[in-house]
Design a protein around this ligand. Structure first.
Ligand SMILES: Nc1ncnc2c1ncn2[C@@H]1O[C@H](COP(=O)(O)OP(=O)(O)OP(=O)(O)O)[C@@H](O)[C@H]1O
Ligand SMILES: [Mg+2]
Length: 298
């Protein structure tokens, strides 16, 4: 099934995303995908690739937040042999590995500031220079960037280059959080139940109206990913049930309705302490370091 077919939802906001996606995908224009964790950014990025002329080329996902700063450039742009101590072999970076295809730069806000200038140069010149090389290589890669933090705030704080920001967001796809498209929740829940039952070879139970209403009223800080996991948990624990009611779902719903996840500025973070104040924060899992998301009482 194509990624676009997997992207379920009939809400107006998701329709807008799909329609923009289909207009932008066939061209080479840079696309920035913005959405909270679990809203479907990866599915959207896949759909862009599949609906472009590059669909038979490679599709690479790189999480900019997961690459240590010291090796970022050599991982992403590649390096020549001997370009630094320990570089005993040439390395082909993610850009070259995506030649003829699409490179998704996930968590783009985490990209080191000093590498941002290099990325901008690559996007503008369509040429790549490996670390330690003076030769340029022609590059045919479409870049899609994704973020779950407000990049405009990062630009205002001087942590993200404004010229790169404008270059990346030629087309911006904003995926709304699930709580803002609750119409989609029953549809998603029924689909996830049916897929899970099929995969595990048992008959999908019906989900009662009261259960669907309950799910549609939930807050879902983890968005579609959390809904999917909840449906799968409830199905697993009630495999013999023919109908799943609100009673089946109640014990598995998160108690976080009293909290609001927000995209926090660094200043807001410092006002509340050293970082994320909620142990169950989906981004940092309570580890605080560099967390951009914190949960605030409603
Ligand atoms: N509209 C949708 N229809 C069906 N499944 C969806 C939809 N949106 C998301 N999903 C499913 O939810 C899960 C999370 O989606 P995805 O990984 O694309 O989110 P994400 O925004 O990239 O999250 P993160 O920021 O944490 O990386 C996946 O299993 C995905 O298939
Ligand atoms: Mg993702």
């Amino acid at each position: 099934m194509s990624a676009l077919d997997q992207l379920i939802g009939r809400s107006d906001s998701l329709r807008v995303v799909k329609s923009l996606l289909l207009q932008a995908a066939p061209t080479d224009i840079s696309i920035l995908i913005i959405g909270e964790s679990g809203t479907g950014k990866e599915l959207v990025a896949r759909s862009i690739h599949e609906n472009s002329a590059r669909r038979s080329g490679p599709l690479l996902f790189v999480n900019c937040g997961a690459i240590p700063q010291g090796i970022f450039e050599s991982e992403v742009f590649g390096h020549e042999r001997g370009s630094f101590t320990g570089a005993d072999r040439k390395r082909t970076g993610y850009f070259e590995q995506s030649q003829g295809g699409t490179l998704v730069l996930d968590e783009i806000g985490e990209m080191p500031l000093e590498s941002q200038a290099k990325l901008l140069r690559i996007l503008e010149s369509r040429e790549l220079m490996r670390v330690g090389s003076s030769k340029t290589l022609p590059l045919d890669v479409r870049v899609v960037a994704a973020t779950n933090v407000d990049l405009a705030n990062a630009v205002a704080r001087g942590e993200f280059r404004h010229d790169l920001y404008f270059r990346l967001k030629a087309v911006t796809l904003v995926i709304p959080p699930l709580r803002e498209r609750s119409d989609d929740i029953p549809l998603l829940a029924v689909q996830f139940a049916s897929e899970f039952a099929d995969r595990n070879r048992f008959a999908a139970p019906r989900i009662s109206e009261d259960a669907l209403t309950l799910l549609a009223k939930q807050y879902w800080p983890g968005n579609v990913r959390e809904l999917k996991n909840t449906v799968e948990t409830v199905l697993t624990l009630n495999r013999r049930a023919q109908v799943l009611t609100a009673e089946h779902f109640h014990p598995h719903l998160s108690t976080s309705r009293a909290f609001l996840p927000v995209l926090a500025s660094r200043e807001q973070h410092s006002q509340i302490g050293q970082g994320c104040c909620w142990q169950r924060c989906l981004k940092c899992a309570g580890k605080f370091a560099k967390c951009e998301v914190f949960l605030r009482r409603r």
